[in-house]
Write a protein that binds this ligand. Structure first.
Ligand code: GLU
Length: 382
């Protein structure tokens, strides 16, 4: 692959609307001294500012809390007990957040800290809340900086590595590109430090058993995630239609380096985030309930529009916000499926009304649409 080929591949980053960048502990924290690698972080902040200037939305998933905090608590370099790493995370996270705030402030960028636990990405209601907050922050132009909430995470209920957390976040927000900045420039057929015959892999279209076998042998990272967690992250990202890149982070301006053709491994999905989401909705085996709509709404849905409360005539069955429901035409046939923004009870209260009345009727301001067009699949073309 030539530099020109690599630059062309990097369009996956430059053309992405929503980008998630995962920053590993080894990049942020100087291993020996346990200090923040400030010059490097400044260069990353400049890269993030360049993406924002182009109109791209950016989320950072950053490790480094435990590595930073343990130094301040003089916890030494050995393996930490759970309570010690929780304490270290509490001390390190505040420093980490402060550093991001200060360095992104310099570019006029607002930083928002979000600490997630496993339940926030795995339990439906909390997942929807976290997704809603992230979408709102991005719409307001902020850059969310995410880490696992290590202070409350216990051994059994934690991600432990930010590779998979970053992939789940990418899936949650429908990101089109996830860049994993690592201490290795990509995937090799074997561990390149131990095996001189190890071959670099520039592009992966599918996670085959052979790829998984390679990950077992390839060494990486002084952080928690080795190549195996990166491949696990790649699987999640590809399944969500998100481009995924493992790149060397230990250079200054690491994102610019990728754009300028630095070597890295690209995992290329066969679908887009919206298409993947729609496939998932269409494939729901048992919708939780149904909504009947009038002919005007049917025409709007066929034209690719969202379903508004005005066109709804009935809510059938019990469903919650975030459940998949069937949308039924006046003749009783299912014409679409989608994720409903309201429960059955709230749908019944706002049906037939204008979106502007939602707040008055429900007492809170929800979404204008009952089912947003991105969350909707038309099953039957009239
Ligand atoms: N959440 C951990 C921290 O901030 C890091 C996890 C990882 O290394 O991926 O220290």
């Amino acid at each position: 692959m030539t530099t020109a080929d690599r630059k062309a591949a990097a369009r996956r980053l430059t053309d992405a609307k929503r980008v998630v960048v995962k920053v590993g502990s080894a990049l942020l924290v100087d291993g020996d001294k346990g200090r923040l690698n400030r010059a490097w972080l400044e260069s990353l902040a400049a890269d993030v500012a360049a993406l924002r200037k182009r109109g791209q939305e950016v989320i950072l998933v950053s490790s480094g809390a435990i590595a930073l905090g343990r130094r301040h608590l003089a916890l030494g370099t050995g393996k930490l007990k759970l309570e010690e790493s929780q304490a270290a995370a509490a001390v390190g996270q505040i420093r980490l957040a402060h550093a991001y705030k200060e360095l992104l402030d310099a570019h006029g960028i607002t930083v928002a800290q979000i600490l997630l636990t496993l339940g926030d990405t795995e339990q439906r209601r909390r997942y929807l809340n976290a997704r809603g907050t992230l979408n709102t922050l991005l719409a307001l132009g902020a850059v969310p900086v995410i880490n696992e909430n290590d202070t409350v995470a216990t051994a059994e209920i934690r991600y432990g590595d930010n590779d998979r957390l970053a992939a789940r976040v990418s899936q949650m927000v429908g990101a089109d590109c996830l860049v994993l900045l690592s201490d290795i420039d990509g995937l090799y057929t074997a561990n390149p430090t131990a095996d001189p015959d190890a071959q670099f892999i520039a592009r992966v279209l599918e996670i085959t058993p052979a790829i998984e076998a390679m990950a077992q042998g390839s060494g990486s990272d002084m952080g928690t995630g080795g190549m195996q967690t990166k491949i696990a992250a790649a699987k999640i990202a590809l399944g969500a239609g998100c481009h995924f890149c493992i790149a060397l982070g230990s250079v200054e301006y690491p994102l610019r380096c990728i754009e300028e053709g630095a070597r890295c491994t690209w995992f290329v999905p066969s679908s887009t985030p919206v298409a993947t989401r729609k496939q998932w909705i269409a494939g729901t085996l048992k919708p939780a309930g149904a909504i009947s709509v009038d002919d005007g709404a049917v025409r709007a849905l066929m034209a690719g529009k969202s379903l508004l409360p005005a066109g709804v005539t009935r809510a059938v069955g019990r469903f919650e916000r975030g459940d998949t429901i069937s949308i039924i035409g006046a003749d009783g046939t299912e014409i679409a499926r989608g994720i409903c923004a309201y429960s059955d009870a709230d749908t019944a209260r706002i049906m037939g009304r204008k979106s502007a009345d939602i707040e008055k009727v429900l007492g809170f301001r929800g979404r204008d649409e009952i089912v947003h067009r991105d969350d909707l699949v038309v099953l039957r073309i009239l």
